[in-house]
Design a protein around this ligand. Structure first.
Ligand SMILES: C[S@@+](CC[C@H](N)C(=O)[O-])C[C@H]1O[C@@H](n2cnc3c(N)ncnc32)[C@H](O)[C@@H]1O
Ligand SMILES: [Zn+2]
Length: 268
């Protein structure tokens, strides 16, 4: 039976996302880092917002990111089955089989749903933790926090697996997200990445639903949800720039224009 991490267990792995010093969480209280002074708001039962005050520094890009996030929320609420890992999706199950989870797992950009379908294939001792800017309350099935992949609120070398499931192409700084993943991953652990590729020539849907037609694409963005999509070459470059190497790759065609790419990545 899978159990959610207790607050005591969380307090053994949590750290300030700004300076990485350990912090002590007490339920129903805002948290403060005694090392750098940053404060983190308590949101709801045993979950906090771990956004360092510095995250909006390059504010024009982050303002675009926020508009893309707002578009994302509409798609997750209006059509979760196509935009989040929920239900019996063969692509989610294929990614889960590729990951084969064991031990402590961090899902970066876990989404707001209670239980991502790609958590399916796991050993009984697997414990999941999720982080996503859209968390409003922690799921009762596993522990989630509100935060960003570029500023992870965890100590070094805590996780056996770190996962990015259709998430890395939503980042302003994918390389920083990968470096953070590397920092919190154990030396013998691995990072798993799922990127959906869509060719520029892909025909648009014959008739888009009303909620989609009402969305606006920010000027700097490539589409309604991504600042820029990551093609396989860009993923390879980001992995190398983060000082990581690919140990395994899998590729699954969806149709003539779309593919899913799975990567298993390790320390160099
Ligand atoms: C397409 S959804 C995927 C959610 C989930 N992994 C799934 O497959 O169901 C992309 C997710 O990335 C999250 N995200 C966007 N920017 C992020 C960032 N900088 N750090 C962490 N998560 C981010 C979004 O909030 C959203 O939940
Ligand atoms: Zn700090």
């Amino acid at each position: 039976m899978l159990t959610r991490l207790s607050l005591e267990e969380i307090n053994r792995i949590i750290a300030c996302p700004n300076c990485k010093a350990p912090i002590a969480l007490v339920d129903r209280c805002d948290a403060a880092c005694i090392s750098c002074g940053e404060e983190y708001a308590w949101i709801a039962e045993e979950t906090w917002e771990f956004l360092p005050s510095t995250y909006t520094e390059s504010s024009e890009l982050w303002a675009t990111w926020q508009r893309l996030q707002d578009n994302g929320v509409v798609s997750y609420e209006e059509d979760p089955d196509h935009n989040l890992g929920v239900g019996d999706r063969p692509d989610c199950l294929a990614f889960s089989r590729f990951c084969s989870f064991d031990g402590m797992v961090l899902d970066v950009g876990c989404g707001p749903q209670d239980w991502p379908s790609y958590f399916e294939y796991r050993t009984p001792r697997t414990r999941f933790v999720g982080i996503d800017p859209l968390i409003r309350r922690s799921s009762s099935l596993y522990r989630q926090f509100r935060g960003l992949g570029e500023h992870l609120p965890f100590r070094d070398a805590v996780f056996k697996h770190v996962v990015f499931a259709t998430t890395l192409d939503h980042f302003i700084e994918p390389v920083i997200g990968l470096r953070e993943a590397h920092r919190v991953c154990q030396a013998d652990g691995e990072i798993a990445i799922w990127i959906g590729e869509k060719k520029k020539e892909a025909p648009s849907q014959v008739e888009s639903p009303g909620w989609y037609r009402a969305l606006r694409k920010p000027d700097q963005a490539e589409d309604m949800f991504h600042l820029r999509r990551l093609c396989p070459d860009a993923v390879d470059r980001a992995i190398a720039d983060a000082n990581l190497v690919i140990s395994e790759k899998d590729e699954q065609a969806i149709d003539a224009f779309r593919k899913n790419h799975f990567y298993r990545v390790r320390s160099r």
